[in-house]
Write a protein that binds this ligand. Structure first.
Ligand code: ZN
Length: 328
């Protein structure tokens, strides 16, 4: 693989052509494709131990993490990690063009015939954009990283650092790939005495800078915790409302205390993370009943910059207590 733009585009189209929706058999196929494509490079033919497929332990979908190491020189310990995920979300939202979702060239042409509104329409007309599932999130980032790796592997003498490429599955659901990769990352670090200088993630995203023009690079990382509440109430017929305790009301109070609460938005330096957002709130029951729900669940997306899971747990226990008082 060469580095020119056309090669990256061709690779991108091939990657997108594998319908690697999370938790489907095709997901694992994408990992094996990346592995075999990198395996064609002379560097990895000469150093087969530097290119590995690491199985996700006990995974029902047989998914694997691709790990590729390009060593600058055995004396160089500084290592930069290049990483990304190869799974994508589903294609339900493609409507009548769903069968073209994984054929970006054809899909973009089909969209051109129909036209799109707003900014997306302008982008489409410009001819500079390619549409399709996984083009942006994030097979284009993977294609760029693979091209970089290929260039670095051609002449390691020019590298001042080692490059460690890591392509993982399951980013969109349960992070099984990254969780499986962590022991391998620490093992190779120990075995070779590496010093991790940083990690580059080529995910797209302008969520933190919606008005930015051109390319945006974010420094640092954001964490995510998902506090989950299981609400246990007491069921009773609505006619004896005060005999029961509504789990739905309890879940509602929890949501009111947490969702969008600016006091909970985490901070570090000049940065403030978005406040927690409720991702699901529901009673747990089958069908209609005229009794007060006795079980409910609610969970949140909570982004972190500095807070630890233990701090958030303490905060959430306080929320549970306050919500109980308000419900009773
Ligand atoms: Zn992504």
């Amino acid at each position: 693989m060469e580095n020119p733009r056309q090669d990256i585009l061709d690779l991108l189209v091939e990657l997108v052509g594998i319908p690697s929706v999370s938790c489907t058999p095709a997901e694992a196929q994408a990992g094996r494709f990346i592995h075999s494509r990198l395996g064609e490079l002379p560097y990895f033919r000469d150093n087969p131990g530097n290119l590995q497929l690491l199985p996700v332990p006990g995974d029902p979908f047989g998914r694997e993490v691709v790990m590729a190491f390009v060593e600058a020189d055995p004396t160089v310990k500084g290592t930069v990690i290049l990483t990304g995920h190869y799974d994508v979300v589903g294609t339900d939202d493609f409507g009548s063009l769903e069968e073209l979702a994984f054929s970006p060239l054809e899909y973009t042409s089909a969209l051109k015939e129909r036209g799109l509104d707003g900014d997306a329409g302008k982008d489409l007309k410009s001819g500079d954009y390619l549409f399709g599932r996984g083009v942006m999130d994030m097979k284009c980032g993977l294609a760029v990283e693979m091209a970089l790796l290929s260039e670095a592997a051609r002449d390691q003498s020019s590298l001042g650092v080692n490059l460690l490429f890591l392509a993982v599955p399951d980013e969109e659901v349960g992070s099984a790939g990254m969780r499986a990769a962590l022991p391998a990352l620490s093992k190779i670090k120990e075995d070779r005495g590496l010093d991790y200088l940083g990690a580059i993630l080529t995910e797209p995203g302008n969520a933190g800078a919606p008005d930015a023009e051109g390319e945006v690079v974010f420094l640092g990382a954001v964490g995510k915790v998902m506090p989950f509440f299981y609400c246990a109430g007491i069921g009773s017929h609505v006619g004896q409302y005060f005999e029961g305790l509504s789990a739905s009301l309890l879940a509602s109070h929890i949501s009111l205390l947490v969702e969008g609460n600016p006091l909970m938005a985490d901070r570090a330096g000049n940065e403030t993370a978005p406040p927690p957002a409720c991702l699901s709130i529901r009673d747990i029951r089958n069908g209609y009943s005229v009794t007060i729900p006795d079980r409910a669940a609610v969970f949140f997306n909570y982004m972190t910059l500095a807070k630890t899971p233990a701090e958030i747990m303490k905060e959430m226990k306080q929320v549970a207590e306050d919500a109980c008082k308000r419900t009773v």
